[in-house]
Design a protein around this ligand. Structure first.
Ligand SMILES: [Zn+2]
Length: 104
């Protein structure tokens, strides 16, 4: 009859990243566009939620707009998804390119 507390702490060893997350040193967050979990350091993009919804809408997805206050919160994007929001270069202002300059 030993009065020892038996606390079974199941610990998963191995994955360092996971352990960090467990300890709260590293936070994981979802990319708002693809909804995958990433470590915060892997989420370089930040954009308004509205922009994400707009893009989804343009893809023909079902989009539910939240309250306006939420629309303008900044959300995280992963590297992959942030490419969709890069400044649209050359969409309207095409750089001065004389289209017929072939000398042959
Ligand atoms: Zn993403």
């Amino acid at each position: 009859m030993a009065g020892t507390d038996e606390k079974k702490i199941t610990r998963r060893g191995g994955n360092v990243d996971e352990d960090k997350v467990f300890q709260g040193l590293q936070k994981k967050q979802k990319c708002k566009l693809c909804e995958q979990d990433f470590l915060l350091e892997k989420l370089p993009g930040a954009i308004s939620y509205k922009s994400v919804l707009k893009l989804r809408e343009s893809w023909g997805l079902d989009v539910h707009y939240p309250a306006p206050a939420l629309l303008y919160q900044r959300v995280q994007l992963c590297v992959f998804c942030s490419q969709f929001f890069e400044p649209k270069l050359g969409e309207e202002k095409s750089p001065s390119s004389p289209s017929k300059a072939s000398h042959k």
